[in-house]
Design a binder for this molecule. Structure first.
Ligand code: NAD
Length: 395
């Protein structure tokens, strides 16, 4: 097999839904070599290996699973799995938020490129350390903010930066996941002491507003409503955040694990930016959940959160049948992984590319997206003090 080896650490929802199928597709195209997945429990990798959707889409393709057999959970096994890689391969970090820093650093010090799911870290000094280590070793430490690879975001960025909308003044964004998420593994880690609805999903829209406008955030306040998960753990399952930007603009971001399971669409999400310039108002509005499709099925689908009347998004991640056996992943979820991994492959023969990537700001890297961690750190301080406004230090 040609191409770099890829190790995914974490075998949960995002690995199943986006990361592993994207990497399988690249493997099918001969772009990446062997794939391994490491979780702390055998049951996780075993379930992933047996997942029907993946087996149907990628017949004959498999990954090496760590651990290989049942036993006590091994929280540190990822270190051994990283150690088994030759230098300058690729580690994908897909573990709960509070573990991103330690897994990413373990990979970098072993000379591996890193693709980390958002958020890169919960403390900005950790993100800075990651950026420093990656820079010193000529490695790419990328953060997978896939909304950037939605064409509507790229269109907005180009036009905003060409002055088409004027200047961002006031805006609102929302992303509510379905209620049933509370019953998933989230109840074990998205608890009040570690995370909250804003840290988990709101960060996407902070990143997107920077991505489009180039503005940096200067202050944040987050009010959280505490609620109980089914297992009794408490979490901030509803949040209302206010982000002030360096030009005085203000973005309100509402998040929660509370969109009705019976509502169409896998979640509800969107962004509106009110802008002004040239004695005219500018407007940029994205409906990120309803993308024009209405499906009404004759049977109730049996997957979690699926509804008999649905408004599916064709844009994030779907499988299509292009013939030739199996299915082909399409959408910005795939394009994001493909773009980042392809860049890592190119860096191996074009080391100067890394500086270009940092400067261009299309891929979020530890070095060029530190504002995200500064917002998250301030947001955590704010939510733990009833929504007090916290200033964000300049990077
Ligand atoms: N839109 C997005 O960008 C997006 C969407 C979903 C999740 N995520 C991020 O992905 C991460 C994982 O989320 P998820 O939805 O897959 O969660 P999940 O709870 O379904 O999966 C987490 C996985 O991490 C594994 N894990 C935990 N501790 C480990 C350890 N010590 N070593 C190895 N594996 C370990 C668990 O076995 C589990 O498989 C989170 O940081 C989340 O914020 C991002």
């Amino acid at each position: 097999m040609s191409g770099p080896q890829v190790l995914i650490v974490g075998g949960g929802m995002i690995t199943h839904d986006q990361l592993l199928p994207s990497l399988y597709q690249m493997q099918r195209l001969g772009r990446v070599g062997e794939i391994a997945v490491c979780a702390s429990r055998f049951a996780t990798v075993n379930q992933l290996a047996r997942a029907e959707t993946l087996r149907g889409a990628f017949p004959g393709q498999t990954f090496r699973g760590w651990p290989e057999r049942e036993g006590a959970p091994q929280a540190d096994l990822f270190r051994e799995a990283i150690g088994a890689l030759a230098p300058r391969q690729i580690v994908v970090v897909a573990v709960p938020d509070q573990l991103h820093y330690s897994v990413t650093m373990a990979a970098l010090v072993r000379d591996q490129h890193v693709l980390c799911v958002k958020p890169l870290a919960l403390e900005s000094r950790h993100a800075a350390e990651i950026a420093h280590e990656a820079r010193a070793r000529g490695l790419l430490a990328a953060v997978e903010y896939h909304k950037r690879f939605d064409d509507r975001s790229l269109m907005a960025r180009r036009q905003y930066r060409a002055g088409a909308f004027g200047e961002f003044r006031l805006g609102a964004a929302r992303l509510f996941e379905k209620w049933y998420y509370r019953h998933s593994n989230f109840q074990n880690w998205m608890t009040a002491e570690h995370s909250d609805a804003f840290t988990y999903i709101g960060c996407h829209y902070v990143d997107l507003v920077h991505f489009i406008t180039g503005l940096l955030p200067s202050a944040v306040s987050v009010y959280g409503v505490r609620d109980r998960f089914p297992n009794g753990n408490e979490g901030y399952l509803w949040t209302d955040a206010r982000i002030i930007w360096e030009n005085g603009a203000c973005l309100n971001v509402q998040n929660g694990l509370g969109f009705p399971d019976d509502a169409p669409g896998t979640n509800t999400q969107g962004l509106v930016l009110y802008c002004g310039g040239n004695d005219k108002g500018g407007l940029l509005e994205h409906s990120d959940q309803y993308r024009g499709l209405k499906h009404s099925y004759v049977n109730q689908p049996d997957s979690a959160g699926a509804t008999i009347y649905a408004e599916p998004s064709p844009d994030y991640f779907q499988y299509v049948d292009l013939g030739g056996g199996g299915l082909t992943p399409v959408g910005y979820g795939y394009r994001s992984v493909e773009h980042i991994v392809s860049s890592m492959i190119r860096i191996e023969s074009e080391p100067d590319l890394i500086g270009e990537i940092e400067r261009a700001g299309i891929i979020a890297t530890a070095g060029n997206s530190g504002y995200n961690e500064r917002v998250i750190e301030a947001a955590r301080r704010s939510i733990l003090s009833e929504g007090r406004q916290v200033e964000i230090a300049a990077g």
